[in-house]
Design a protein around this ligand. Sequence first.
Ligand SMILES: Nc1ncnc2c1ncn2[C@@H]1O[C@H](COP(=O)(O)OP(=O)(O)O)[C@@H](O)[C@H]1O
Ligand SMILES: [Mg+2]
Length: 339
Amino acid sequence: MKNVENQSQVLLEIKDLRVLFQGRKKLLPAVDGVNLSIRQGEIVGVVGESGSGKSVMSQTILRLREHESEVQYEGSILFDGQDILKLPLASMSKIRGNQISVIFQDPLTSLNPVYTVGNQMSEVLMLHKKMSKQEAREKSIELLNLTGIPSPERCIKQYPFELSGGMQQRVMIAMALACEPKLLIADEPTTALDVTIQEQILDLIVELNKKLGMSVLFITHDLSAMAQLCHSVRVMYLGQIVEEAATAELFACPSHPYTRGLLSCIPRLDTDREEELPVIPGVVPPLTDVPVGCHFCTRCTLADEKCREEEPPVTEVTPGHKVKCWKYGQTEKEKEAVQ
Ligand SMILES: Nc1ncnc2c1ncn2[C@@H]1O[C@H](COP(=O)(O)OP(=O)(O)O)[C@@H](O)[C@H]1O
Ligand SMILES: [Mg+2]
């Protein structure tokens, strides 16, 4: 997908964001200096293995973590010019579900099992949009229709458990769209679904983005979903964005060893390429063991002493393509040649 959104205005701008949980001995940096902006109408993808901080970052945009544990923030999250981190929690309800909506991996955790789909949707519309019961019912049907649910009139009378996983996720999306949000955060929205249903939900998100012009922050650990959907991609590892580029550029010229490793996990026909891209050894370290220098150094086959001691700067390799690595672009073969 082309990066067609370069001219549009920035809607969300995350600057130097750190999210620190209080651990037993020290503060744990789940998000560690993230800069990320999303333009109006843009679909931005964030990809990374489990434990890289994708959910903590996206939930911080909605301040969803505060009731759960002791958490400290640094930096800012500007949404429509206003810093979300400085808002009193009480005023988050004006933003949450209203201007920014979210869909999670498991729709059942977000749908209320004891109310029908119609009741849940109407409640949102009556509360936020001040609609009458009849208006809310009509709007609910319209929204369910938009998400491709075959018989919305029947669906509104059903309880969530009566629907298939794909239908539940469509209902979640319909609810997320109820207030015409400017930004939709989709955190692994298709991970729990069958492959064919996954495709349909991804297509739906693209279609709604085109039709409604809403921006999307799409979070996944699946790079092929990213290619299908996103205008630009951020690769996240252990709380940091390690590479950022327009989607086509990232796939054509992955520069960070971590990105190359992630890409090598996608089956491809081009075998020469496959040889060059190493699979990533090991697992993401826990937050109690974040490396001092480059966060990826413990798993990187190119890492040397400098990587282990000094945090790499962010380098712009070509306009809009940024990478946080001392060895960016270097391959295994080049490393051997140097030695
Ligand atoms: N309340 C919490 N207290 C301490 N650590 C947490 C808390 N919530 C999440 N984490 C840690 O933050 C890191 C990032 O988690 P998460 O954002 O869920 O990763 P991802 O969504 O990329 O899989 C993980 O190491 C996780 O254990
Ligand atoms: Mg997650």
